[in-house]
Write a protein that binds this ligand. Sequence first.
Ligand code: MN
Length: 287
Amino acid sequence: MGKSKAERILDRQRQQPLDEHELDLFLGAAPRVAAPLESSDLLPAKPALDLSTEPTLLPGMVLLRGFLQPTEQQALVDDARGLGLGPGGFYKPVYASGAKCRLHQMCLGRHWNVVTEQYEAQRSNHDGAQSPPLPAHWTAIAQRSLHAAAAIDPRVMGDCRAVTPDICVVNYYKKAGRNGMHIDKDESQEAMESGSPVISFSIGSAAEFAFIDHYPAPREAVPVVRLESGDVLVFGGPSRSVVHALTRVFPNTQPEWLHMRAGRLNLTFREFQPSKFKIMHADDDDQ
Ligand code: MN
């Protein structure tokens, strides 16, 4: 009997030796070694932000510029390194087509399986590891940023009165990393229908984020926004199903003070199940 495509991918992954390169993804303690410049690197290190050219965001989208303090950013990197090198840590996902994602990923709370496009407790598309829990202090920072965003545009909350993220997808992009046009649509039906927001932290190299309220036609122009280290982007309510992509990472744009291997670390928080639909049990009180 023939094996399914997913089974063949799993077999291939099991045969691959551990990529040692992955182990030093987050060499926080080591000083950054500058790589030789390439022509594509000859961009200004940090162009002055011209607010007049900032694109208009969609209703229910808020960008909090520089919301995360440098010490907070470094602590998140250090936490991510610790979690990322442990069980259920960073790995390089492979799509059902066999194509490798151009990023490293780690899922906290629940594992998002790129092959089945569903959440699961153990990552059955890689090594069966249990998803590590979401650190409570990470959730707290996500909630604090959501409050700030809701003060600017209350529509980010959708129909939710309170949001307690129970999933964090952590993506690490090297300078050639990217992520194609997609909708974050695999949380529960209740989360999607209530417009429960996605809260996205950018740390490290700046990146270009494209967004539009429908899947664009082949040559259709799509607005982009540049996300810098410390920025928090929130999309919820009417923009919960915004079509978006990470179109490029800008090399040599990482803050000098950040101890992280060059690249972009992106933390996206969501609720799988909105709090108001969660069934409360007496023994859940300590969560
Ligand atoms: Mn996404």
